[in-house]
Write a protein that binds this ligand. Sequence first.
Ligand code: AMP
Ligand code: MG
Length: 361
Amino acid sequence: MKRNIWGSRDARIPIAAVLLGLTCLVYGCGTAPVRQQSRVDTAMGTIVTQTLYVRGGSGTVYENGESEAATDAESIFIMQLLEELEGRELSWRAEGSEVAEINAGAGGEVHVVPSSSLREILGQIWQISADSDGALDVTLGRLSRLWNMDELAAEGGQMSVPSIEQVRSALEDTGYERARFSGDALILPAGMQLDLGAVGKGIACDRVSAYLHSQPQITGAVVAVGGSVVTYGQKPDGSPWKVAIIHPREEGSYLGVLSLTGEQYVSTSGDYERYVTVDGVRYHHILDPATGYPARSGLCSVTIVCDGGLTADALSTACFVLGPERGIALAENYGAEALLVSEDGALHMTEGMKKIFSVGE
Ligand code: AMP
Ligand code: MG
């Protein structure tokens, strides 16, 4: 008779029971109640909203009336994760971050070997830059600093529009195709500055997702890092996740709602997020790398839904720059769903988006 490495058939039953017992001890056997953990914090210069569904553990109220103190450990861990991503890796403002270190060398040609995680990120970004004809270009750091929209918009500040000469000069230091990868090294021409603002919050969603996957007690979650959102798992009642899309022209109201199931990534880019109006002209934070000026593609908002955070965030920025027709084509090329809103209020949607987006609600 052939012997199974698990031993005889009869011996398998007690082994399975022991394994199940251990699993029950660790994860509450699936019978412990699921608790909703909700928090609102700030990180990465934006608001982070988390709703996690956690089985057992802290905060659990048992049927016999006993309970455990709620520590929100998982949500707190996620905030630490985001702070580290910003401070150690992505922020050009955070002294000592990997990107800030690269930018600090821009007095001459930069020759660096980025961490493997940054190399992978840059690889994905460069691919989307190429596929979007440069509509996404994270080498425009000098330009985004010149426009300085983040701080101006936050202060409601007075802005003097940069001169054509200033824009031209900053533009000369940009161009993703002028950066080179040689083996593991990244080589940037002198003067080039990186700004990963267009993808940072999407990358944050990817990191949050990796953490959620590593925590079997988390049965469902929706985490929004500013305009980038990740949904994961299931709600206890099995109903779809609802993600509201901000109305680009009516402050405080929503354009509509996305109904999503399982793991999805959503990113919205809009000209209403950070802008200053000068002489009736809206100067916003999404720049056209071809002109050096805020993109004038006829769009005021772009939402992308797809299977990756970085991709969703990168595509929302790129599609905004490209405008309705080319934007839809780029999204389709990536198997992503897109909702583009024109300044005249017209909605442009991929076929799949029509099934998951409802106006109003
Ligand atoms: P998002 O809100 O994701 O569309 O990203 C906008 C931010 O990305 C801006 O605040 C800039 O820091 C940066 N940015 C603006 N335009 C571009 C662009 N065309 N390509 C890459 N980054 C950009
Ligand atoms: Mg973006």
